[in-house]
Design a protein around this ligand. Structure first.
Ligand code: 0L1
Ligand code: MG
Length: 261
């Protein structure tokens, strides 16, 4: 795919995200996975040109539930910027999204540079803290029929993230209970073990994937490890709460009337 085509598609997905407007997805087979990551990089470069700061990356399709939900076998990744941060305990306005959903995750705070083929202990040693987190994913495509390159080009549906209080990095996070509630009703129950069997494996994968893109994870970066359960659609007026065993939680509110989920 030519550089001009990449820039054209990057502008389409970037405009759709910026204006919270659904667009037609790219024709199946028109993009390779490599093209899709080039479109993703170019679309996020447009955000950075507008003044957004890169803050890290997210992994996608790291849980069996999510893979089953989406019918895929491969991990994907996307880029996070500071404009995607939602204040913990804060409020979001659905008018900023196309069809947002929320999913329970863990976040890592990188303390030492990490890239390439690394072991689990090396990944563990590179983190400074871990936190409960939720990702707000928002595919910008109208009537989306799943197609992996289209998702990757759309920055892996990256849209928002809410991070709870950071905790010590040396806690055993292999198998922590995770409960996500909407308006006080438990909607998703899972374990951190659902994230690739151990959430640190998401960091091992992140180190490999960014290196393949000529990048590295840097001190201060956030890595969203991927969802532990299926995602839930967001509606006006909802209160969204995540509790993670031993780590605490995170919550936010959706602006609007109602509260019925
Ligand atoms: O798991 C992820 O965060 C990627 C989600 C991409 C597909 C979707 O929008 O559901
Ligand atoms: Mg996610």
């Amino acid at each position: 795919m030519s550089e001009t085509d990449i820039q054209t598609l990057a502008e389409r997905v970037d405009d759709a995200a910026r204006q919270a407007r659904a667009i037609d997805q790219f024709a199946t087979g028109s993009l390779t996975v490599e093209d899709a990551y080039a479109v993703q990089a170019a679309s996020v470069a447009r955000r950075v040109q507008r003044g957004e700061a890169p803050i890290g990356i997210k992994l996608g399709f790291t849980s069996r539930a999510k893979m089953v939900q989406m019918g895929v076998e491969d991990l994907i990744w996307g880029r996070l910027t500071d404009a995607m941060l939602v204040e913990e305990g804060g409020e979001i306005d659905l008018s900023a999204y196309v069809h947002p959903r929320v999913e329970p995750e863990l976040a890592f705070l990188i303390d030492k540079p990490l890239a390439g083929r690394v072991t689990l202990p090396q990944a563990q040693a590179a983190i400074g803290a871990v936190a409960p987190a939720m990702e707000i994913i928002d595919s910008r495509y109208r009537d989306f029929k799943f197609d992996l390159p289209s998702v990757i080009a759309d920055n892996a549906s990256s849209s928002g993230l809410v991070i709870g209080a950071w905790r010590r990095a040396d806690l055993d996070i292999a198998n922590l209970g995770m409960v996500m509630s909407l308006d006080g009703e438990v909607r998703q129950v899972g374990s951190s073990a659902a994230i690739l069997g151990h959430p640190l494996r998401a960091l091992v994968a992140a180190a490999r994937l960014v290196a393949e893109a000529g990048m590295s994870l840097r001190p201060g970066d956030v890595v969203l490890a991927g969802a532990a359960t299926a995602a839930e659609a967001l509606r006006p007026g909802q209160h969204v709460d995540l509790r993670v065993q031993y780590l605490g939680g995170a919550e936010f509110h959706v602006a609007g009337p109602g509260g019925a989920s």
